[in-house]
Design a protein around this ligand. Structure first.
Ligand code: ATP
Ligand code: MG
Length: 186
C-alpha cells in the first residue's frame, strides 16, 4: 500500500508512521529524519538544510526530492511505502504523482493527523529539538498553513484523505489509524 502521512509539526507523524510501517511491513521514509541525519553528518547539503530547519522554513524542493527519488528507486519500495513529512508543498505532491505515474502507481491513502494548536505547541516545547523553540514553532506552523494545508486539499479532490484525531495516547491513535487503513483494504 502507498500511504502518505500528513499533519502539523508535533502531530506525532513520526511515532505513528514508524509503527504503521512495521505493522504493514512496508518501508517508512521521514524526510525530516533524513535531513536531520544529513545535518548531523555535516555534509554540504546537510549544512544547507540546517539553516532552513533551524529557521522553521521548508527545505527547498530540490533537496527533498533528491532524497525521495533515491528512496523510491530501491527495490523494497515495490511493495508499498509510507511517507511522513512528504509531500509538504503542492509542487512536491505533483512530482510524486509524476514519479509514481511513470511506474503506473499512485498514492492510495492519505492519513491526516489532526490536533489542536495548544496541544501541538506544548508537545513541541517538551520535545525541545533545536527547531522547537517558540519562535521557530510559530514559523513552522505558518509554513504548514500556507504551504502544506493546500496539499491536503489537493488529495481531498481525489477523495484519498482520512482524518484521524491525533489526541490521546499513542495506542488509541494507532487503533484509529488501523481502522482507516483496513477500510481501504489490501
Ligand atoms: P512530527 O509530526 O514527526 O513531529 P515535524 O514537522 O516536527 O514532524 P519533520 O517532519 O521531521 O518534523 O520536519 C522537520 C523539518 O525538516 C521541517 O520543519 C522542514 O524544515 C524540513 N522538512 C522535512 N520534510 C520536508 C519537506 N518535504 N519539504 C521541505 N522541508 C522539509
Ligand atoms: Mg517527524
Amino acid at each position: 500500500m502507498r500511504i502518505v502521512f500528513m499533519g502539523p509539526p508535533g502531530a506525532g507523524k513520526g511515532t505513528q508512521a514508524t509503527r504503521l510501517g512495521r505493522d504493514l511491513a512496508i518501508p517508512h521514509l521521514s524526510t525530516g529524519e533524513v535531513l536531520r541525519d544529513a545535518c548531523q553528518a555535516g555534509t554540504k547539503s546537510g549544512r544547507e538544510a540546517a539553516a532552513y530547519i533551524d529557521a522553521g522554513k521548508l527545505v527547498p524542493d530540490e533537496t527533498v526530492l533528491d532524497i525521495v527519488v533515491n528512496r523510491l528507486d530501491q527495490d523494497d519500495c515495490e511493495t508499498g511505502f509510507l511517507f511522513d513529512g512528504f509531500p509538504r508543498t503542492v509542487s512536491q505532491a505533483e512530482v510524486l504523482d509524476r514519479l509514481l505515474g511513470e511506474k503506473n502507481l499512485a498514492v492510495e491513502l492519505v492519513l491526516e493527523l489532526s490536533i489542536g494548536t495548544d496541544e501541538l505547541i506544548s508537545r513541541l516545547l517538551q520535545r525541545g529539538r533545536s527547531d522547537d523553540t517558540e519562535e521557530v514553532i510559530r514559523e513552522r506552523l505558518q509554513q504548514y498553513d500556507a504551504l502544506t494545508k493546500p496539499v491536503i486539499s489537493y488529495y481531498h479532490q481525489r477523495d484519498l484523505v482520512e482524518t484521524i484525531c491525533g489526541e490521546g495516547n499513542p495506542d488509541e491513535i494507532f487503533a484509529r489509524i488501523k481502522v482507516a487503513v483496513d477500510k481501504v483494504g489490501k
